[in-house]
Design a protein around this ligand. Structure first.
Ligand code: FES
Ligand SMILES: [Fe+2]
Length: 464
């Protein structure tokens, strides 16, 4: 309660402060946004307690009683499927004295028993067992009021589970708006036929000593940092032995930066002039044949949309992904201003042949995660950038986000495709920072806005 009051009184001042720190007219952002402990504390309340957050995938809790322990902002939560097959997300903290009721990463259980004094909760979160209920409580404890705290809203979108603590937040689909079009490329099966995907293997978890926004803004569309991956490109560990990935589909394509500044999401994409099927995955016959088949089906199922080659993206605030080659989901869980926990899920078509899954498993982990060559490059940058931004002198100098400001991009010819979002053709310019500016515009709104009436800006005018 004290924290809530403090943040509310800060808001008056914070509006002005945040406005000065995120100066989108000038294209500058103060380093305080990344390193200041008060800003970080305010983020927990203003952002992580109100936004929709990615929790996990339904394939992780396929059976009744299955659970997966996830995180929302700093807080541990339990994703679980109850006896009626309903999916829930609970705060992983006992209603009696706060003990973590589940200290495993995942598993299956009929009840969550608190190890401290023994209260136990059913998989629907209800308090079902209280030691000495007759003697110590004289049966007067109202168990119906002391279940596990549950999120206000939950959404299972194409197998991906999302939740928010805020009952006044718009529905998940309204929250993502037109971004749904691009998110679908991640969550659909490769052939676009609407089959099931699944999380393959475990979730990789590791700590990166930098603020969570470094990776979030990188994945939203940092085309500019390819120099960082030069050595990996030279090694050539892509699925056909070149570069980091099979890049042929990007050749001759129009490069697009796509931003949703009213919502904070963003992605990169490439629009191909044709929908020719290119050879890929040449390291393995079974795999290359499987993907050639999927690509042919994809053209039937997506039609003209199969010309769109989706790139990395960030769904505001802290879920990022690579939609293909490799197809992974990551969440950057804040752990103090100077650290975050990175979690990475590997998504795969459920009915893909075992050899394809095994091939992709090797490729995915050599690309992404703490042992992944590409991600190691990125982590090196984020670690040192954060560390070199903490000193009193460093904090006087803002970061530069001016790329692409002050001149017009060539028009985008989507050739009949109705592509949502603020789309910029960056084929000639090579890169812009419009997506990062969109992200921080939304971040400042969350940090200042008193409620969802103020945050749902799209309801007042044009929609994205
Ligand atoms: S803290 Fe869980 S039963 Fe006391
Ligand atoms: Fe990178």
């Amino acid at each position: 309660m004290a924290t809530a009051r403090k943040t509310r009184t800060m808001n008056g001042q914070a509006n002005g402060q945040i406005g000065r720190m995120v100066d989108l007219d000038a294209g500058t952002i103060s380093r305080e946004v990344f390193v200041d402990p008060e800003i970080y504390a305010q983020e927990q309340e203003q952002l992580f307690a109100r936004a929709w957050l990615f929790i996990g995938h339904e394939s992780q809790i396929a059976k009744s009683g299955d659970f997966f322990v996830s995180s929302m902002g700093e807080e541990s939560v339990i994703l679980c499927r109850d006896r009626q097959n309903e999916i829930h997300v609970f705060l992983n903290s006992c209603a009696h004295r706060g003990m973590k009721v589940c200290r495993y990463d995942e598993g299956n259980t009929p009840v969550f028993s608190c190890p401290y004094h023994g209260w136990s909760y059913a998989t629907d979160g209800k308090l079902v067992g209280v030691p000495y209920f007759k003697d110590a409580y004289k049966e007067k404890l109202d168990k119906s009021k002391w279940g596990l705290a549950e999120v206000a809203q939950i959404c299972n979108y194409k197998g991906a589970i999302w939740a928010t603590w805020d009952k006044t937040a718009p529905s998940f689909l309204e929250y993502i708006g037109g971004y749904q079009t691009y998110l679908d490329f991640l969550l659909d099966t490769w052939d676009g036929a609407g089959g099931e995907t699944e999380v393959f293997g475990g979730v990789e978890k590791w700590i990166i000593p930098c603020n969570w926004k470094f990776p979030a803004e990188n994945f939203i569309g940092d085309r500019y940092h390819n120099i960082s991956h030069r050595s990996v490109d030279l090694v050539g560990f892509g699925p056909s032995g070149s570069g980091r990935r099979d890049n042929q589909e990007r050749e001759g394509a129009t490069a697009l930066d796509i931003s949703f500044p009213e919502r904070g999401h963003g992605t990169l994409a490439f629009l191909r002039p044709d929908d020719e099927i290119l050879p890929g995955y040449q390291h393995s016959k079974v795999v290359s044949e499987y993907f050639a088949h999927c690509e042919a089906e994809r053209r039937k199922n997506y039609g003209q949309w199969s010309r769109l080659v989706p790139g990395p993206g960030t769904l505001f605030p802290n879920m990022s992904y690579l939609p293909r080659q490799p197809r992974t989901i990551s969440v950057w869980h804040p752990r103090g201003p100077n650290s975050h926990e990175a979690w990475r899920w590997f998504l795969i078509d459920k009915n893909a042949p075992a050899e394809v899954k095994e091939f992709l498993r090797h490729y995915y982990i050599s690309y992404s995660g703490p042992a992944g060559l590409t991600e190691q490059d990125d982590m090196e940058n984020w670690n040192y950038a954060h560390n070199a931004s903490q000193g009193v002198i460093a904090r006087r100098h803002p970061y530069n986000y001016q790329m692409g400001m002050g001149f017009d991009a060539p028009p985008v010819d989507t050739d009949g495709l109705d592509m949502p979002g603020q789309i910029r053709n960056v084929t000639a310019a090579k890169a812009t920072e419009q997506n990062q500016r969109g992200f921080y515009r939304r971040w400042s709104e969350f940090m200042s806005a008193p409620d969802w009436d103020a945050l749902a800006t799209w309801r007042n005018g044009k929609s994205q």
